[in-house]
Design a protein around this ligand. Structure first.
Ligand code: NDP
Ligand code: 13P
Ligand code: ZN
Length: 340
């Protein structure tokens, strides 16, 4: 069954809608999950830090939540994911209150704390307070664009999997997903001013795109419309960060943005994507000052090459990377795209 959020608020001082939504849902006693920096945005209910939750101890999670009738996640992607995880395991409704717009987990049924991600439940309500979000660190707001541009290559990879290995495909979610990305890319590319001059408008459009993206995932019942080879590359980088104990603090959306530059180039070479779109993807990222190279992400060339050669093995998902690419080919693609 498809479940999508029942209430979505995207407005200035949106947080003021919370009490009305709780009352409409007949929820009286929620537990709030936040991070240390985002605690100040938490509404006045019982609250815990996500860093204090042992994700492997489901018995303790159930004990912790037994007296509450809902879970509210307030903060960045981590707060939202851990809130969603707690809500899922304790079978309580989840309310998402993002304080920034860095990835589509703010609206999707997905929990992506490790690979493979978990398909859980969509938030019952999303409250995106633009007053808070537009003031959040610029880096997070540009990472969000990286997670949105990913939809272009994710949908192409999904279509490829449908054609080459007969994977189930939903035309409606695919069109919804890629249109969301194209509109945001065109908005950023065509804005005459620096996006920071119009951060209010940009934040609103970005939040709408990420929420739309989360809904396409709910409709498809899979992350296929929003996660393809560009996400495999990002997940491979996360894996290598742990393997080599790298002190690189690149964000999910930043890595996906660079991944999209790579994947869109490979799709272009195979004739699936126009030169104009691949140029606009890169230009939109550059205009928002999101990283477009591996060095800007903080990785050395050999790590980036390794990530591209192992990306196809991260999970069972057929993409343009097919059965993998050689080290030489990976190096040449990364050079061609200017990533190294
Ligand atoms: N479900 C899904 O589909 C997906 C989920 N994710 C999840 O998202 C995580 C990444 O999310 P991301 O947002 O990039 O990173 P984090 O959630 O780690 O947030 C990065 C930092 O930004 C801070 N922050 C957030 N909002 C504000 C604000 N308004 N003002 C000041 N600081 C702020 C956070 O504070 P604080 O310290 O308070 O948290 C944190 O220190 C992943 O680890 C994964 O768990 C990622 C991709 C997809
Ligand atoms: O990040 C995501 C969608 O943007 C989640 O996708 P994954 O299934 O790759 O974890
Ligand atoms: Zn993502």
């Amino acid at each position: 069954m498809i479940t999508i959020p029942r209430y979505i608020v995207i407005e200035e001082n949106g947080i003021s809608a919370l009490y009305d939504i709780l009352s409409k849902l007949n929820l009286k006693n929620p537990l709030v999950i936040s991070g240390k920096k985002t605690k100040k945005y938490a509404p006045n209910f019982d609250r815990i830090y996500y860093s204090d939750v042992n994700l492997d101890d489901i018995v303790s999670i159930n004990k912790l939540t037994k007296d509450y009738d809902a879970i509210i996640g307030v903060g960045g992607g981590k707060s939202i994911d851990i809130g969603k995880y707690i809500a899922y395991h304790s079978k309580k409704p989840f309310i998402s209150i993002p304080t920034t717009a860095s990835n589509d987990g703010i609206a999707s049924p997905v929990i992506s704390l490790k690979q493979p991600s978990i398909m859980a439940e969509s938030p019952i309500a999303i409250i995106a307070d633009i007053t808070t979000i537009e003031k959040s660190p610029k880096r997070l707001l540009t990472a969000g664009l990286g997670d949105v541009v990913s939809n272009i290559t994710a949908v192409l990879d999904w279509d490829l999997a449908h054609k080459e290995i007969g994977e189930e495909y939903s035309e409606s979610s695919a069109i919804f997903s890629k249109t969301i990305a194209k509109e945001l890319i065109e908005y950023v590319v065509n804005e005459p001013d620096d996006y920071e001059c119009n951060i209010h408008e940009y934040s609103k459009k970005l939040v709408k795109a990420l929420i739309g993206s989360g809904i396409t995932i709910a409709i498809a019942g899979s992350t296929r419309p929003a996660s393809g080879s560009e996400h495999l590359f990002s997940h491979a980088l996360d894996y290598l960060k742990i393997k080599y104990d790298l002190k690189v603090n690149s964000l999910h959306g930043e890595q996906c943005g660079v991944g999209t530059i790579i994947s869109s180039y490979i799709h272009h070479i195979e004739g699936n994507l126009s030169k104009e779109i691949i140029e606009h993807i890169k230009l939109s990222l550059k205009k928002t000052k999101a990283p477009t190279t591996g060095h800007e992400l903080g990785f050395d060339d050999d790590v980036l090459i390794e990530a591209l050669t192992i990306a196809h093995k991260i999970r069972n998902r057929y993409t343009i990377l097919r059965n993998g690419i050689s080290k030489e080919k990976a190096e040449s693609i990364l050079k061609e795209t200017g990533v190294i």
